[in-house]
Design a protein around this ligand. Structure first.
Ligand SMILES: Nc1ncnc2c1ncn2[C@@H]1O[C@H](COP(=O)(O)OP(=O)(O)OP(=O)(O)O)[C@@H](O)[C@H]1O
Ligand SMILES: [Mg+2]
Length: 439
């Protein structure tokens, strides 16, 4: 939408004020409000803010920064019921000279999408974000004993899911379907895939909408990857494809799997760099409590058609559905920064295409049931066991440094090491239960 178009709508809809949204390096949504009288100026020159108070942005001595709203992201916020409606716009972060700020996750994704564009591709993404509803913020009291695709009386969440879908559709976000997930109190709303930048913005809006709708019902929604020991965690399986114009470049009618060479190189890139990009796709200490054998989450680096124990899955081809040809990366979780996660996934896939990486044999059996020696014989490696192992691998990765840019890369490594050091100093309830009485 053009700037003038927004100013006309603001007048016509009697909008009261606009929320300017942007994201810090860890994927937390940041926002400040402006009265509509400031909007024309903000659209033209941006709005100043103090960058030194934002994770990973700037030091105090260089803290003046600008946010410039992206006209294409103008939407009225349905969950704010005021006399005058409130709208939101995602922003690009700039330095005071108006140049893009290299620490802005949205700019990081933009740069990676430009690399794909130069190769003739648009990058389409369809993430499946799972989440839990709990009685309140302070605990993990589940709301139902429901399971996969369950309904009332087992599924209290269906009203909440439906209300959330209504909100998302009002904000121009297409939803394909929604259902109860495998674990008690766990849910999923499936967004229709879209171009990666639009989808990253949609993921930010989705997380906010799910939480806002739950809060309205005095309940709490969380995207914490593994909030409860012993039941499934919440993942963000990410379906991906590259298009050339309107044609799905992953599709090849002559191939027995209907997969093009491009798709196979892309999968090979995801596999080769899987451990390097893991810390960005699964960025919290808690993320690795989900990536353990025995649940649906992947642990081993492998690919296959259909096989849900593989890291990269190629959903079955359906005749007439060429455009649905895609690959699914299954380790990301919904607490990632979508701008950075989509950036490193794309960079890994494109590297496979640039270098023409050979694609290893697909693994059709259940990898969890394989013996260590069998996995060794088939050269099936594992994802990192914990955040520290993951961050050490990322730190040496030229692919991830290039995809994130030095500013974000160095801040991310530093921040995650701090998080790990803080974690490893904790005396956990598990230790007290296990050791206090016997040692
Ligand atoms: N060409 C494409 N590129 C990227 N994403 C796509 C493409 N075609 C479809 N998708 C997306 O893939 C996702 C498929 O989700 P769906 O829940 O069917 O996956 P699934 O992995 O089979 O399910 P589950 O993990 O719940 O068993 C949807 O978000 C859909 O929009
Ligand atoms: Mg899936």
């Amino acid at each position: 939408m053009a700037k003038q178009g927004i100013l006309d709508i603001v007048k016509k809809k009697n909008i009261g004020f606009v929320r300017l949204w942007f994201t810090d390096v860890l994927g937390f949504l940041k926002s400040f409000d402006i009265p509509v009288g400031e909007l024309a100026g903000a659209l033209k020159d941006g709005m100043g803010f103090d960058g030194s108070s934002i994770e990973g942005f700037s030091r105090i001595e260089e803290s003046d920064m600008l946010v410039k709203p992206d006209p294409a992201t103008f939407q009225i916020i349905p969950w704010i019921k005021e006399d005058r409606p409130v709208a939101r716009m995602f922003c690009n972060v700039l330095d005071t000279t108006g140049k893009p700020f290299p620490g802005d996750p949205r700019y990081v994704l933009k740069k990676n999408l430009e690399v794909a564009k130069k190769m003739g591709y648009t990058f389409n993404v369809g993430p499946e974000l799972e989440y839990f509803y709990f009685r309140n913020k302070g605990g993990t009291e589940i709301l139902d004993k429901g399971g996969y695709f369950d309904l009332t009386p087992m599924d209290i969440g269906q009203d909440l899911r439906r209300k959330t879908v209504v909100v998302l559709e009002k904000m121009g976000i297409d939803v394909e379907y929604w259902h109860h997930e495998v674990a008690n109190s766990q849910h999923e709303i499936d967004l229709r895939y879209n171009e990666a930048m639009i989808m990253a913005d949609n993921v930010m809006t989705y997380r906010m909408a799910v939480k806002e709708v739950a809060m309205k019902e005095n309940l709490y929604a969380t995207f914490m990857p593994k909030p409860v020991y012993g039941i499934n965690g919440s993942g963000m399986h990410t379906h991906m494809s590259l298009f050339k114009g309107k044609r799905n470049a992953f599709f090849d009618p002559k191939d027995k799997l209907h997969l093009s060479k491009t798709a196979k190189y892309f999968i090979a890139g995801l596999l080769k760099h899987a451990t390097e990009i893991c810390s960005v796709c699964c960025q919290w200490v808690n993320s690795y409590k989900r990536l353990v054998p025995g649940y649906e989450a992947p642990v081993y680096v492998s690919w296959a058609q259909r096989n849900r124990s593989a890291l990269v899955r190629v959903p079955m081809y359906k005749p007439g559905k060429e455009n649905a040809t895609r690959v699914e990366l299954r380790n990301p979780d919904p607490a990632c920064n979508p701008y950075l996660a989509f950036s490193v996934m794309l960079a890994a896939g494109l590297e496979g295409i640039k270098q023409k990486y050979p694609l290893p044999e697909q693994v059709t059996g259940n990898i969890y049931d394989m013996s260590e020696s069998e996995r060794k014989r088939r050269k099936i490696t594992s994802l990192p066991d914990d955040l520290f192992e993951a961050i050490k691998i990322t730190e040496k990765s030229a692919i991830v440094r290039k995809a994130l840019g030095d500013k974000v890369f160095e801040y991310f490594i530093r921040n995650k090491k701090d998080e790990w050091n803080e974690y490893r100093r904790q005396i956990t309830a598990y230790e007290l239960d296990k050791y206090l009485a016997i040692l």
